[in-house]
Design a protein. Structure first.
Length: 277
């Protein structure tokens, strides 16, 4: 009787052990299948991202730093076809095309895998405007703080920029630079425009008057006065404040003053009749 019980227990133990082994094998098989599926998915994604997207999907171009110009205008400059891919996009050619634009000061073109091109642009900031004769017509040309000349965009307002006249520009070429001796004047204008007081709003024109030995003086034309103001090539906040004070004083004591000369560390006047004071 006891032997039968022992046999029954052994049989039950073997059966349970076999069942557990089958269950473990089934779970292991399921895990292997899932791992296999994940590996296939991963392999497909690798193929998609490393081969299909860079070679077959049109590239996506993003721009940053644009102020006056639009992405559509940039696309026209780049001349990129609608089906151009990441592998086909030539960053060197794109950078060359954009750098050739006179209104662009700096540009970087970067590829980001698998289908993105990021283009960062720094537009030139004009500090002055001048008028030049080009093929028999007078056109406005902007000047940045580095003395680079570039045409204004169509429809762009230039009324807030100081007018500079008298610059020796014989043959205008987009992106050309002024002579180095005039660049300090452009830097001074840029510094003045950063001030909270809008001193240049009181001046309608700044005329460059060359001197015999290669230097130059400046003639300022105030907006609310008919008096011309002669000053040296140093144009800063102190000089403009001094000009405004002298104008106020002179206009309060005399009405026939035509010119004020602030050069040489003194103040002199010339009347409308031509006499000096």
């Amino acid at each position: 009787m006891s032997d039968s019980y022992i046999y029954s227990d052994i049989e039950s133990f073997v059966t349970d052990n076999t069942a557990r082994k089958k269950t473990a094998d089934s779970k292991l098989l399921i895990i292997k299948v899932l791992v296999g599926i994940l590996c296939v998915i991963l392999a497909v994604e690798i193929v998609v991202y490393t081969v299909i997207i860079p070679t077959l999907v049109p590239v996506k171009i993003s721009f940053s730093g644009l102020q006056l110009y639009t992405p559509e205008e940039m696309y026209r400059i780049l001349d990129v076809s609608s089906d151009e891919t990441w592998f086909q996009f030539d960053t060197s050619e794109a950078a060359r095309r954009l750098a050739a634009c006179s209104w662009i000061e700096d540009v970087t073109v970067e590829k980001h895998f698998p289908d993105v091109i990021r283009i960062s642009v720094t537009e030139r900031v004009p500090v002055a405007v001048t008028f030049i004769n080009d093929s028999g017509r007078t056109i406005p040309v902007q000047i940045d703080k580095n003395g680079v000349l570039f045409s204004a965009k169509e429809g762009q307002s230039l009324s807030q920029l100081p007018l500079i006249s008298g610059l020796p520009i014989e043959h205008f070429v987009e992106g050309m630079r002024l002579h180095s001796k005039y660049r300090r004047l452009m830097e001074q204008l840029a510094e003045i425009q950063l001030l909270p007081q809008k001193y240049l709003a009181a001046v309608s024109e700044i005329h460059v008057e060359p001197k015999d030995y290669g230097s130059y003086d400046l003639v300022l034309y105030p907006i609310h006065s008919k008096i011309k103001v002669y000053t040296d090539r140093t144009l800063n906040e102190d000089a403009l404040q001094y000009m405004i004070v002298v104008l106020d004083v002179v206009e309060s004591i005399a009405s026939d003053i035509a010119e004020i000369d602030l050069r040489y560390g003194s103040v002199s006047f010339r009347t409308t009749s031509g006499s000096a004071l």
